[in-house]
Ligand binder design. Structure first.
Ligand SMILES: Cc1ncc(COP(=O)(O)O)c(C=O)c1O
Length: 410
């Protein structure tokens, strides 16, 4: 997303032209930015056997998944629905790892029946349930153990997952014993160990410590006869929401590979945000403006927490820009959505020049954890999504209709 001749463009296509054609709100994704992020991350690990399993939770729109599959990504799914999305996008079961802290019996049975690459086990009880399901089916299920290493990833508390008081994984000191038990279960094939510290991590040092903890664990349990094949370091790489500080893939690889290399095990990483966040913008139209003495100046958009809940959920910052800025002095303002909630504020204390009803504003870096978290609150319809790629653009998901909205009701 860049400004050219005073207007925001996506891969050379004017955003104004896209949004006027589709209406707003609309998510616009840059195929070029996804390709560039993939090349940077994949390139950083060249020279060591590895696979990027794209974390579908960040963005599971089928056209985006197909693009990433075409680039060589495999998939990380977090629910039966995400496994279905991966299959519909063309991923093979052998390319899917299945993670998740509360997998249901049906989801586990489905994953065992499919023969996914690995089910990432969260607890002793889950290991026993998968073993029973696999034995009932007369198969061995490939599993990896998710370890909680109690390492602080220095990110927002709501997206931190690798601390002991977080609900995820098995504490490190119990992991070796459980892996030995798993190896003895007739229905389980312990192929890997897994960790995911959290999301939006820009300091790679904690990721390096987690890699070392897993490498040490791998060495210990392999010596005890557990035949591991991979180490899965999860996702977590952060992007530059402020336009300045992103995680550096080279630094990430340099932090984790010295620990992983001596094991010789295949390396899996599960990036979500890094691959797609900077590629997406949420474009809305100005529905109203108001400025009264003693009150803030409000810019009210036709989009808000129903399309992008990150600012309200995580106090997340997203840059917001006018698609075609008007000349004139800038002043402070609140950029808010149309929802009947005070928290429906996309940008607090921002600066904008003159803005009129009908003008387009773009919320940047919205390609991850954006559409996937959309809701129909206030009976609002899901927005359209557009992919700009190969010199043109196309609608990859049409806007929900009112018929779609009521289709499942009595
Ligand atoms: C297990 C697991 N893997 C991968 C990811 C993707 O993380 P990110 O989008 O930060 O790369 C997540 C997200 O929280 C996750 O829970």
């Amino acid at each position: 997303m860049t400004f050219r001749e005073g207007a925001l463009h996506c891969d050379g296509v004017p955003m104004d032209a896209i949004a006027r054609a589709t209406g707003t709100p609309v998510y616009v994704y840059s195929g070029g930015a996804i390709r560039a992020a993939h090349a940077a991350l994949d390139g950083a690990f060249q020279g060591y056997p590895h696979t990027l399993h794209f974390a579908l939770k960040a963005n599971s729109t089928l056209a985006v998944l197909r693009l990433l599959r075409g680039l060589g990504c495999a998939a990380d799914a977090n629910s039966g629905g995400e496994i279905e999305a991966a299959l519909r996008a063309g991923f093979e079961p052998s390319q899917i790892v299945f993670t998740g802290v509360g997998k249901t019996r049906d989801e586990l049975d489905g994953a065992v029946a499919l023969g996914v690459k690995a089910i990432n086990i969260e607890s002793d009880g889950e290991a026993e349930r998968i073993d029973a399901i696999a034995r009932a089916r007369g198969v061995k299920a490939r599993v990896a153990l998710r370890v909680n290493p109690d390492i602080d990833p220095n990110t927002h508390a709501h997206i931190s997952t690798g601390l002991r008081f977080n609900k995820f994984g098995v504490p490190l000191e119990f992991a070796a014993a459980l892996l030995r038990r798993i190896a003895a279960m007739p229905g389980l094939d312990p192929v890997g160990i897994h960790v995911h510290l959290g999301s939006q991590i820009v300091d790679v040092a904690p990721l390096g410590r987690a890699a070392q903890a897993l490498a040490d664990l791998a060495t210990e349990v392999r010596a005890a006869g557990v035949p591991l094949r991979h180490i899965d370091l999860g996702g977590g790489l952060g992007v530059a929401y402020d336009g300045l500080t992103a995680a550096d893939p080279q630094a990430y690889a340099a932090a984790v590979l010295p620990a992983i290399r001596p094991t010789g095990l295949h390396l899996i990483i599960e990036p979500g945000r890094y691959l797609v966040a900077p590629a997406g913008a949420l474009v809305g139209s100005v529905a109203d403006t108001k400025a009264y003495d003693g009150s803030p100046r409000f810019i009210v958009l036709d989009t808000g927490m129903t399309e992008l809940i990150r600012p309200m959920l995580y106090e997340a910052f997203h840059r917001i820009v006018a698609v075609t800025p008007r000349p004139g002095a800038e002043g402070p303002c609140e950029v808010v959505g149309p929802l009947c909630e005070t928290s429906d504020t996309l940008g607090h204390d921002r600066r904008f020049g003159p803005v009129e009803v009908g003008d387009l504003l773009a919320v940047l870096d919205a390609g991850a954890y954006g559409f996937v978290m959309a809701s129909n609150y206030n009976r609002r319809r899901f927005p359209a999504e557009v992919l700009v790629d190969g010199g043109g653009w196309r609608v990859i998901r049409r806007r929900q209709t009112f018929d779609d909205l009521f289709a499942t009701e009595e």
